[in-house]
Design a protein around this ligand. Sequence first.
Ligand code: FES
Length: 126
Amino acid sequence: MVLMGQEKRHQRPPLKRSNKMPDITITLIDRNQIEHKLLTPTDVSLTLMELCKAYEFPIEGICGGMALCASCQCYIKSEHTLPEKSSDEEAMLAEAFHVQGNSRLGCQIPITENLDGLVVEIAPEE
Ligand code: FES
């Protein structure tokens, strides 16, 4: 559930850019069900997990993006086409807690232009 009027817009973190691709906006729902509009570049090889960390959301990313911990689990709430899950991601999600049909590991989702408008929710802590 998203609470009415509970939306926060954030300044984009100072990320070094390789060229001038337009920024995109991703909506992140935190563990208190508050929506945050995150502006992000698409040309700096970020993953969804790294974006959340750059904005200082409580996603741990314990394994550093190796699909070995599930501390970056999130729920995809929009209909965007995402990269297929690797066998490593499938295996990690098979062992993780709070897994739903729309669960993904944020570290396995590169931020690309086609993710403009993506809505994603941070999964509960394990
Ligand atoms: S950071 Fe460990 S699985 Fe994503």
